[in-house]
Design a protein around this ligand. Structure first.
Ligand SMILES: [Zn+2]
Length: 465
């Protein structure tokens, strides 16, 4: 087990307590990856590597009671086939079933499925194959719809309950990605993230008690819905997923550069001055990253501060969950660019989001990584190891991917020079805006930014692929 369970920001955030460690017992199914791709795809003589399905539009309507623990309603997903290969099936990921598994406590349940045939769930009930009624040619579209029930488990986590506050990270079923490696059906990684999604549009309507705040992905509008009830509609364009929280938060709103609405929500154990401090840090980070890596495009940023989360923070598009820490807030907001705007397969290349976010957070706070080093503990460790490696080992994940990974980028900056490195990072973000990057993509971009042959640099920093 990791010493620091899933801190999505670096070291000092070591709040993960023994209770969380004890509760965080891994229940990981046998890895299901490209090898589990349908035989037809694996056997295709020249499968199109284009990531598909794409242009997904999620429409969700959910309602909850006064407790905010359970949400029920409907969801539909319209998508298109990006590939020249016919699309005969898609896979849904019900990520949060990793905790409940396939028994009565399964927290995410789908019923009344239409638009295809949903097979029994696999990968610890986190994946469901949907056979489409007819194969989709390139750019043909289809829609699946279903009834949805979500129950937050009684544990404090990115999906779970924490006193009067409930967190719904990764709770909505999402489309898996198929690319040259086949369907990506990796297991949930509790040490970090397994998530891999293409930019999509979400419209989510939440029907909830008016006394309950609902920080969420997207730009919100709220209308009354009868006595004591509110309908909150949030629209997120080109986001990778959708998350929300609910509870009796305090709230303060302001505006960042470019007219971005910044809403800060904090739990009742925290003071208004803490909320104000975290809001100030968040706005500063948004403005700084926006000036360096491209203006924050999502219009609204919700920052949720909870005094007793068992992890440092967790990032979602347009909404973050944090403990009251400046570093946590700046880190999770940094993920809006690296993971969010510039996507990656978080299971196969976690360094592309965590190392990059730690690096830009360092830079934001004026830390240039002087004298930094990478504390490799074994020769098997690589900067580019997958979550399959880290999730089975835990501790080194933070030391290598956060600290060592940011050091790698600080070292690269020293190799390229500051001006070239800053341009590289800005250009890299721009060229993968709303897209997906890979280690090979970044290495190529870095090499193109300098006359120095970087081969030995990548070798010494164990950046492979
Ligand atoms: Zn992170």
């Amino acid at each position: 087990m990791p010493l620091l369970r899933r801190t999505h920001w670096r070291v000092g955030a070591a709040l993960a307590g023994a209770a969380a460690l004890a509760a965080g017992v891994l229940s990981v199914a046998a890895p299901a990856s490209a090898q589990d791709a349908p035989a037809s795809a694996a056997a295709a003589p020249k499968a199109d590597a284009t990531r598909t399905p794409y242009k997904a539009a999620y429409n969700v309507k959910l309602s909850t009671d006064a407790a905010g623990v359970s949400w029920t309603g409907t969801q539909s997903i319209t998508f298109s086939n990006a590939s020249t290969d016919p699309l005969t099936e898609v896979y849904l990921r019900l990520w949060d079933n990793w905790r409940g598994g396939c028994n009565a406590s399964q927290p995410i349940k789908i019923t009344n499925f239409t638009g295809g045939t949903l097979a029994p769930l696999t990968v610890n009930c986190t994946a469901g194959k949907v056979t489409l009624p007819k194969a989709l040619a390139k750019d043909e579209s289809a829609t699946v719809s279903f009834s949805l029930s979500i129950v937050a488990p009684n544990i404090s986590d990115r999906f779970g309950r924490n006193g009067a506050y409930n967190y719904f990270g990764n709770a909505l079923p999402v489309l898996a990605v198929k690319d040259g490696a086949g369907w990506h059906l990796d297991p949930y990684a509790d040490t970090g993230e397994s998530f891999y999604a293409l930019a999509s549009d979400y419209t989510v309507v939440l029907d909830h008690p008016t006394a309950m705040k609902t920080p969420a992905t997207g730009i919100r509008s709220e209308v009354g819905n009868g006595p004591g009830r509110t309908l909150t509609t949030t629209v997120g364009k080109q986001v990778r997923e959708f998350a929300w929280a609910d509870g009796p938060y305090q709230k303060s709103s302001t505006t960042a550069n470019g007219g971005v609405a910044v809403n800060t929500y904090w739990t009742s154990d925290l003071s208004a001055s803490t909320g104000a401090q975290m809001q100030s840090v968040s706005v500063s980070a948004l403005n700084d990253y926006g000036s360096k890596y491209g203006q924050f495009p999502y219009g609204e940023m919700d920052v949720v501060i909870d005094g007793t989360l068992p992890f440092g923070g967790m990032e979602y598009p347009g909404v973050v969950f944090d403990v009251p820490s400046q570093n946590a807030a700046a880190h999770e907001i940094g993920h809006q660019w690296f993971y969010g705007i510039v996507g990656n397969d978080e299971y196969r290349a976690p360094w592309l989001d965590e190392s990059f976010t730690t690096y830009i957070t360092d830079r934001h706070f004026g830390d240039e990584g002087s004298g930094c080093s990478i504390n490799w503990s074994t020769s098997a460790e690589k900067m580019t190891n997958t979550m399959a490696y880290w999730d089975s080992r835990g501790g080194p994940y933070s030391a290598v991917i956060y600290d060592g990974g940011s050091c790698t980028l600080h070292d690269l900056r020293r190799t390229l020079g500051g001006t070239a490195m800053d341009k590289l990072m800005a250009d890299y973000a721009k060229s993968h805006w709303y897209g997906v990057s890979t280690t090979a993509d970044f290495k190529a971009a870095a090499q193109a930014a300098t006359t120095v042959n970087l081969t030995s640099f990548w070798t010494s920093h164990r950046v492979e692929g």
